[in-house]
Design a protein around this ligand. Structure first.
Ligand code: ADP
Length: 163
């Protein structure tokens, strides 16, 4: 069985993330989406909330599981016997960091291979931080995130309008 891992902070999951997850699910037998802790970021959603939002957003993908992990990705891959890490690439600016991470992860766990999927052109500009900025400023986020999580994001900013 070919198992792939899709790591990220997913604060919150966007349509860009979901597109990468769905494409990975079509390529591998099973995909584990793993919410990682990143101490450099101050998250809007707790790790448990991010897991819950991801579970809801991926409910129609039967071979996708969602998990959370506080340690190193290379270690998580070893624990799960996963041999592939799938990452999305939006622009050249993503590349340098992702390249460095991929090399580090392979050094820490030589049996793991990082695979990059190019973003769908429609989602090239999209990031979790952009969604949060638009939501905070009162804008419409419905094109950016799965419909089933819109309300949860608006509530974080004290907005509870009908969507
Ligand atoms: P960010 O906080 O930058 O939105 P994450 O750390 O949650 O992203 O990202 C998880 C993975 O999803 C990364 O591999 C990232 O490159 C990818 N990703 C994020 N947004 C998009 C997008 N719009 N299109 C394709 N891949 C994306």
């Amino acid at each position: 069985m070919k198992l792939a891992i899709c790591p990220g902070s997913f604060d919150p999951v966007t349509c860009g993330h979901l597109n990468i997850i769905a494409r990975a699910a079509a390529m591998f037998d099973k995909v584990i989406v793993v919410v990682m802790v990143n101490n450099n970021k101050h998250p809007l959603f707790t790790q448990d909330e991010r897991v819950e939002l991801l579970r809801r957003a991926t409910a129609d993908l039967p071979n996708v599981e969602v998990d959370a992990y506080g340690g190193m990705l290379a270690e998580y891959a070893r624990e799960k016997n996963a041999t592939v890490i799938v990452k999305g690439l939006r622009a050249m600016s993503d590349f340098e960091y992702e390249f460095q991470m991929a090399l580090t992860n392979r050094k820490l766990n030589p049996s793991v291979e990082t695979v990059f999927l190019t973003t769908n052109a429609e989602y090239m500009y999209l990031s979790s931080s952009l969604v949060k900025q638009v939501a905070e400023l009162g804008g419409d986020i419905r094109e950016f995130v799965p419909a089933c999580i819109v309300k949860d994001i608006l509530e974080k900013y004290g907005r509870n309008e009908e969507t």
